[in-house]
Design a protein around this ligand. Structure first.
Ligand SMILES: *Cc1c(COP(=O)(O)O)cnc(C)c1O
Length: 510
């Protein structure tokens, strides 16, 4: 092991430009750490019992004037970072919409950084750009999207939704929008979303100068899907008031309950009112590969744009979002610009291709490599099976809850998200009371009890859930998105909840 001040090291400029031998040594140490990590993931405490202070204590805080050897740096990574992290690859990590991070992608990320390809345009990274175009094409096939569509990888779903809204607005406004800004618009432009739509859409509207107040919130039905009657009513209302309806956003899997909006009906409405239809499929999109839910995605090919997150249900590590456009020239009209320093000089059309014409970013890392390596090494059949198993796990949990006498479901399971709460028998009886005041009081107690149960479960470290608000009530919420999760894990989750609930001293006043 080379000491940090050994002559050989300092002579050669230390770690900045390591020899091939040194790279091999670092690699072996890092790969061993990775193999140990994946090998022991199931046994790990899912969430660390730690504080900000404790983490800081484990990190040397001073800006390093001199370097340290790789082993020392790797040891700090293990002690301070790995040991004090939430382990997203754990089979009972059910919080938020969290992928495990397939191991193959760690190699792809390593090799992508090795090549340091910058995917601005074809001439900057010929092979990498071709690989991204191929991979995007594969994704359109997996989804059943239009054959002439195109798109690109972006940092995540939020950026994908932003790009879609920008393209939608440009498509329905005059060209002046890009030169003169929103003051060139004769009318307020309005976009329609359901109550369950991800907040990144409203954020995109705010950033683009559309304005949050021009995001019309449409009501949902009892299955948390957008209500077509309310959608049409809001469009009519806006037309009468002289506004310009320009876009409707459909959910293909909401983050709260996993609801998929009626895509065929929505595309009909979009056509009728000349609206751009965008589908936010960041959570649910890849479930289109699973036979049991495929019909839900029928008509997704009619959408003008689709936002996806391969860093969710393709099990990849962050970051990797994706935006697809049915007619790529609409995106080009939005994002292309004529600055001299990016002008492509006299090349054939294919080689003149530039990703900067289709999205907001210029420098872009080689995200396609991990998508390509995953698809090449795993294959679509295995991925579809893994997604099908995630769906089955969520349904199994729903059945467990329905068969129990101390839990209840708060929303139907559509994909792999389940929303439920702990409902002890004595409180269930009180809920059946005829007195509305009593029921309200019990519901409030259930809210606070379930909230404490969630915090205790997270601290406990065996299973991890997050929360949702369902009809104004606090819900425990889980999302199965991990090829390691089995139906047995769903049983463990319920047992963990019961074990933790016994520890809580629940005060019941009724
Ligand atoms: C995750 C998610 C987003 C945001 O995506 P990021 O990758 O976190 O930026 C948007 N919409 C839905 C439905 C999502 O699940």
């Amino acid at each position: 092991m080379a000491a940090k001040d050994s002559p050989s090291n300092s002579d050669r400029g230390s770690s900045l430009d390591p020899s091939a031998e040194e790279i091999r040594r670092w690699g072996n140490a890092a790969i061993k750490a990775m193999a140990d990590y994946h090998g022991s993931i199931r046994e790990r405490r899912l969430y660390p019992q730690t504080t900000a202070h404790q983490i800081r204590e484990r990190l040397e805080r001073a800006l390093p004037a001199e370097g340290s050897d790789f082993e020392t740096v790797l040891a700090t990574f293990q002690d301070a970072i790995v040991d004090l992290s939430r382990h997203n690859a754990h089979p009972r990590m059910f919080g938020y919409v969290q992928a495990p991070g397939a191991a193959i992608a760690a190699f792809a990320d390593l090799l992508a950084s090795m090549l340091n390809a910058n995917l601005t345009a074809w001439r900057s990274a010929p092979a990498a750009v071709e690989l991204e175009r191929l991979t995007i094409n594969w994704i359109t096939k997996m989804l059943g999207y239009d054959r002439n569509s195109a798109g690109l990888f972006v940092s995540g779903g939020s950026t994908a939704n932003l790009a879609a809204l920008a393209a939608a607005r440009r498509a329905k406004a005059s060209e002046e929008l890009l030169s003169k800004g929103v003051r060139s618009l004769p009318q307020e432009m309005r976009v329609y979303v359901s109550e369950e739509t991800h907040h990144s859409v409203a954020k995109a509207a705010a950033l683009l100068g559309i304005g949050r107040e021009n995001v019309r919130i449409v009501r949902v039905d009892e299955r948390f899907k957008i209500r077509i009657d309310d959608l049409v009513a809001k469009i009519d209302e806006d037309l009468k008031a002289g506004h310009l309806p320009f876009c409707v956003v459909a959910n293909a899997g909401t983050v709260m309950t996993g609801a998929v909006d009626p895509l065929a009906e929505m595309s009909g409405i979009a056509q009728q009112f000349n609206l751009w239809m965008h589908v936010d499929a960041c959570y649910g999109g890849f479930a289109a590969m699973a036979k049991s839910v495929r019909p839900l995605f029928h008509s997704i090919d009619k959408a003008d744009s689709v936002a996806l997150d391969p860093h969710k249900w393709l099990y990849l590590p962050v970051d990797c979002g994706c935006i697809l456009y049915r007619a790529p020239e609409t995106a080009r009209a939005t994002f292309a610009h004529e600055a001299e320093y990016t002008r492509v000089i006299a090349q054939e059309a294919e080689e003149a291709f530039a990703f900067w014409d289709y999205g907001p970013e210029l420098s872009r890392r080689f995200r396609a490599l991990k998508v390509w390596m995953l698809l090449k090494s795993v294959g679509v059949r295995t991925l579809s099976k893994a997604i099908e198993k995630d769906l089955a796990c969520a349904r199994h949990f729903e059945q467990l809850v329905q068969a129990s006498d101390d839990f209840e479901m708060l929303a139907p399971v559509e994909l792999s998200i389940f929303c439920f709460r702990h409902l002890p028998v004595r409180m269930k009886q009180a809920l059946a009371s005829a007195n509305e005041n009593t029921r309200r009081q019990v519901n409030e107690e259930l809210d606070s009890m379930n909230e404490r149960l969630l915090v205790e479960l997270q601290r406990d470290g065996s299973s991890y859930l997050s929360n949702a608000l369902i009809h104004g009530r606090f819900a425990l919420r889980g999302c199965v998105m991990n090829y390691r999760t089995t139906s047995h894990d769903m049983e463990i989750l319920l047992n963990d909840l019961r074990r933790v609930a016994r520890r809580l001293k629940v005060k019941v006043s009724v």
